[in-house]
Design a protein around this ligand. Sequence first.
Ligand SMILES: CC(C)(COP(=O)(O)OP(=O)(O)OC[C@H]1O[C@@H](n2cnc3c(N)ncnc32)[C@H](O)[C@@H]1OP(=O)(O)O)[C@@H](O)C(=O)NCCC(=O)NCCS
Length: 311
Amino acid sequence: MDEEIIVTELAPDALPDVVALCRRALDLPEDAAEAGAVVDALHTRAAADRTVLGLGAYRGAELVGVLIASLSGTDPGLGHVDLVAVDPQLRRRGIGRALLTRAERALAEGGATEVLLAGNPPYYAWPGIDVRYTPAVCAALALGYGQDRTAWNMTADLSYDGSPALRTTEPAERRLAERGIAVRRAELADLPALADFARSNFGGVWDAELAGSVGRPGAGAHLAERDGRILGFAAWGSSRPSWFGPMGTAPEAAGSGIGGVLLRRCLRDQRDEGAESAQIGWVGPVPFYSGSAGARIERVFFLYRKVLTGA
Ligand SMILES: CC(C)(COP(=O)(O)OP(=O)(O)OC[C@H]1O[C@@H](n2cnc3c(N)ncnc32)[C@H](O)[C@@H]1OP(=O)(O)O)[C@@H](O)C(=O)NCCC(=O)NCCS
């Protein structure tokens, strides 16, 4: 690496520079456009729940590389790299390598024996490395990471009125109403019941994503209930405004049409916020999203892992 580049922990007042760097260093426009929300979720909001490490690569006073990493909230032996980006003008000079090497050391000091280049829910911007970030795939391999799983998003088109993603939910809601099921927007007061519902039906993984969606600007959630008992929910915008999820329907209500209604209510919110498309993240039941919203598989991610030597 060039002599004049120094890797150090990010100071709290560096965040505007981090966002500006991500805007020019995330090569995919859909990611660059959401750099502010991504950095806020991965660095600031995540730090309330888990150990977060922010590293900057500096040339003099200029921030030219950034890495955000975290320890898993569920498995203390796992570290995650949540984001890494290097100034496009300064690639292939060892900055990415220096950031990753320093992060591995810090994660090991925090107790990690393995590092994943993969999203660390509930705060994640990508499930893994989008295959179109091919230099990142190359860098992962060069640094000794092995390919683990594959993940994919689906894209729902919100750009025109006739899109299947924006199909009206009214007839389906009428049929549900005949069976005593009401569908409505979730409010802050619903959070405890929603978290209970998600926990008892799907395990305890969605509390933070629900808290990040319900009643927060640029995010939202809808729920279905019968006699005050929740039967399903869908949420959007927790880590990124254009991303949909999570959602869940009680097993007893499966097949009733609740899921499609909740999904399309959220997608309509996202379109009302100005989104031309929505990302259904880290899918999941492809036929359901294809059938209910005409969504198609588009973004594909490779997930990588590396056992730390000496671990
Ligand atoms: C991925 C990224 C951070 C790498 O940063 P970098 O500073 O260019 O990486 P380095 O110079 O340290 O490269 C380390 C090794 O990775 C491999 N590598 C990196 N870019 C490569 C490329 N374009 N083609 C082939 N190999 C590459 C090489 O083996 C390289 O070592 P070498 O130059 O000695 O051969 C940078 O390309 C980037 O910011 N991309 C956009 C953002 C991104 O993709 N982030 C990850 C997805 S969230």
